[in-house]
Design a binder for this molecule. Sequence first.
Ligand code: WQD
Length: 335
Amino acid sequence: MKILVTGCCGYIGGHTCVELLNNGYEVIGLDNFSNSKKDVLDKIKIITGKEIKFYEGNMLNSDILRSIFSENKIDAVIDFAAYKAVGESVKKPVEYYINNVSSVLNLLNIMKEYNVKSLIFSSSATVYGTPEVVPIKETAKTGNTTNPYGTSKLFVEQILKDVYKADNTMNICILRYFNPIGAHESGLIGEDPNGIPANLMPYICKVATGKLECLSVFGNDYDTKDGTGVRDYVHVVDLARGHIKALEKLNKEKEGLFIYNLGTGIGYSVLDLINTFERVNNIKINYKIVDRRPGDIAECYTDTTKAKEELGFTCKYNLDDMVRSAYNYEKKNVK
Ligand code: WQD
């Protein structure tokens, strides 16, 4: 089977390409390197011994997409290509809606031209806004998103529901990621955001390697076990494995619209992550407690029932594996 992976050189895209190639799929990749590096292609080849047929470009470029679909018989698309910095999205809403929403409309239009029905869409737990109940089930209310990044994911989910309503021969799987962290065991690919990291794990890694001085913990007055924010951290390789399960589901069902949360179902606080990182990697992390970050929620972790029962998705890796692999990658790769 030939799978088009948009954003194939990104953090989750790159790890998913490794899993796809290792599971015998052929991968056609598209990336414009807006938040990724071309050398990920070489690293994927080192890890798997296989190559991706790569196209450089943007999903807003219809000519590139038509080249891909006319030159390759695409069986399914996994769409990762999106901007994903929450704070940046507040400052640049138009760029986020063009890049994250218009690009998917363009992709859907050309999939229709070439009669390609299967799509896995990379969504996010942010579509739940401030959850009313934790753990969060897929039936939980979505909306009240607190930033354009999360809203862009909500918009695309609605577009996909409308597309399926108009044509129920479509075969769509929406995957809502919780907090992906960690890196491939080789240490060759991992999370390497441009500039100062907005997310907790890459920030801790930069403090651990001396690139940044001190971690700011955004608030310790939340209604959680130690007052700091609680999140469902999931190993990026488990997340990648979840995409293989989703592909298998689409191959079995042939048509439908399916929505799954991908997480461990375990909530860890910021201090849990710091303490685990220090213990596993035998290093001290310098941090200070500061004010809350606007838009943050107290607690967010998933109910794993539906993904387990319908996808057979379960996580192999624990928090120790996540923090060990993240640090291993940072030490080996990030300058
Ligand atoms: C985690 C916790 C912060 C940084 C976002 C997106 C989500 C996904 C992951 C794309 C919170 C605290 C953080 C720091 C801190 N992105 N924190 N100091 O906000 O849960 O989720 O990124 O898919 O869609 O919404 O992740 O890592 O930014 O924050 O104390 O320097 O760490 O307050 O409690 P978040 P995060």
